[in-house]
Ligand binder design. Structure first.
Ligand SMILES: C[S@@+](CC[C@H](N)C(=O)[O-])C[C@H]1O[C@@H](n2cnc3c(N)ncnc32)[C@H](O)[C@@H]1O
Length: 288
């Protein structure tokens, strides 16, 4: 794995792999997740799938981490997939795609031009892993939202600004500052024709967030590992109102607002860490 490739992208992929075929199987499936993982990354996933909690402390911490992410990924994925499905668009752009398998797994995207945007190191890693998947790959567009021109990179890859686009922005906003989030929304707006849709997932502000991070780091240190949060720290959280206002400034109207805990309750999926699910929001915004 490239040294600078995203570790959080692997974690959420492990969550989807652990959930596939087990949690809400009538509403959630991701057969691409396991093939996108390296053999060593599958070990804990298999333990979670078989409910085999390890006795060893280090392995147990990893196991509990994947278990928690598994609970989060099912409702988050279902909310986003539903919003993509009910709004057919000729182009789909997955922003900060990580190890997202939607380009391969969603039949609804087969007739669309699909673009995956990600930091160069994460994207290089994804391309190597995706050799295990069958089906046409998306167009890969290396972009760092902090420094690069999203519109120019997409145009060079064949994205057409005068055709509607569905934008999927899942699990990326927390890693950007408020200014970088606003700039990225501005950049995608300038290549969003009318009837475009943005599906954005973000984290809500919660009390004692910093304390939670310190605890997570201490727990990781107790196993001799570095917390993924120390390399990929959170830089912004948003209230639903603040995000809706930001989107409105750029001509997008929020038409759906889902709290991930509510989605999990509707699906009837396990809720052991309700506070973590309640912290995650999915908004769907349309451009008239
Ligand atoms: C938690 S992963 C989510 C991946 C994927 N969207 C998913 O939900 O499976 C975070 C992703 O955001 C990407 N990312 C973080 N900061 C970024 C930036 N400044 N520019 C581009 N991508 C970024 C990482 O490379 C990584 O792929």
């Amino acid at each position: 794995m490239a040294e600078n490739a995203s570790r959080t992208a692997v974690l959420v992929c492990q969550g989807r792999a652990a959930a596939h075929g087990r949690l809400a199987p009538e509403r959630f499936a991701d057969p691409t997740a396991m093939p996108l993982l390296r053999p060593d990354e599958r070990v804990t996933v298999e333990a979670v799938r078989h409910g085999e909690a390890p006795r060893d402390w280090r392995a147990r911490v990893a196991y509990e981490g994947i278990l928690a992410i598994t609970e989060l990924m099912v409702p988050r994925t279902v909310a986003i997939d539903d919003a993509v499905r009910d709004h057919a668009a000729p182009q789909v752009v997955i922003l900060g795609a990580g190890l997202d398998g939607r380009a391969w797994r969603m039949a609804e995207l087969r007739d669309a031009d699909v673009f995956e945007v990600d930091q160069p190191a994460s994207q290089q890693d994804k391309r190597a892993r995706a050799a295990a998947l069958s089906g046409p790959p998306p167009a890969y567009v290396p972009v760092d939202f902090r420094t690069d021109d999203l519109g120019a990179a997409l145009a060079a890859a064949g994205h057409l600004a005068d055709r509607p686009t569905t934008w999927i922005w899942e699990g990326v906003v927390p890693y950007l500052t408020p200014g970088q989030v606003e700039a990225t929304v501005g950049a995608l707006t300038s290549c969003s024709a009318p009837a475009s849709r943005l599906v954005v997932n973000f984290q809500l502000p919660v009390p004692l967030l910093k304390l939670g991070f310190l605890a997570a780091r201490a727990l990781a240190r107790s196993t001799g590992r570095r917390s993924v949060l120390s390399r990929e720290p959170w830089r912004s959280t948003w209230t639903p109102r603040a995000m809706a206002d930001l989107l409105a400034r750029h001509g997008f109207t929020v038409t759906q607002d889902h709290n991930v805990l509510d989605v999990a309750e509707t699906l009837g999926t396990p809720i052991r860490r309700g506070r973590s699910l309640a912290q995650s929001q999915v908004q769907v915004a349309d451009r008239g």
